[in-house]
Design a protein around this ligand. Sequence first.
Ligand code: 13P
Ligand code: SF4
Length: 315
Amino acid sequence: MINELNIVQKIKELKEKKNAVILAHFYQVSEIQDIADFVGDSLGLAENAAKTNADIIVFAGVHFMAETAKILNPHKKVLLPDLAAGCSLADSCPASDFKLFKAKYPDHKVISYINCSAEVKALSDVICTSSNALKIVESFPENEKIIFAPDKNLGNYVNNLTGRNMILWNGSCHVHNQLSAEKVIELKLQNPDAKVIAHPECQSPILVLADYIGSTTGLIEFVKKDSASKYIVATETGVLHQMKKDCPDKEFLIVPADETCSCNDCPYMKMNTLDKLYRCLDTEKPEILLSDEIIEKAKFPIIKMLEISKQAKLI
Ligand code: 13P
Ligand code: SF4
């Protein structure tokens, strides 16, 4: 049995020896965030995956994220420490059902949130993440007919911001969707000096109460720059690790779900452990494998997103 210090050392040695890179999402457990070469939100991770020189990408995140890295790097080995690390939002949109849905709107463009399977990406015109959804939607003419999938909360949020009327797939993330607006109000009444910050995967009753809405990176950057000293945080608990590192003197109150569940941990994100990370680097398994056809079809909408995002950053 090797202890945590030993595992960290062994992971570092294997990484060096195999020219591997560890990309981790902010919802990963703290120990994994601390050992990763890059920690980011979905967009930052896709951007990093697109430009890495490593031979092996170990994706400390969930399945759709590792698939995105594989689509961008078909000739590299992409590993996911636990293949069962899925996503309730991606699961809410099976490709076969989505294909039938899409066929009902033949004159519509399809914008898919990155939290979907490679097969759904292959059926899309462009991908977006929570940090660039607005820019991606606005890259289409105002009168363009659009299907937005699979997150109805993010789609609804962008519809409200833009005045558009995108057709929404009825999917959601079970972690964000269960967060309670009543709890936000309760916390705000107890802490009137605290600002409310929320991820756009939350339902609109929470978003209307928010002082700031953004992706995980957006939320982390906001609290770094903002002058308040207390925040009511409506998202997954993983972000608190970086927030506390950046702002040790600030206070963060996580918004719980309803009375029956106080769990804000994404069970899929939290499937990855240091031990699984070590074993996956050592054995080079489990590996993400996709057909050439899916890679070919799914690559175009992802590249299109990365290009639009890059242009938006240059402006
Ligand atoms: P972002 O990484 O875009 O903030 O999305 C959060 C999320 O739920 C990832 O699964
Ligand atoms: Fe999916 Fe939600 Fe977990 Fe993100 S937090 S991976 S959207 S289930």
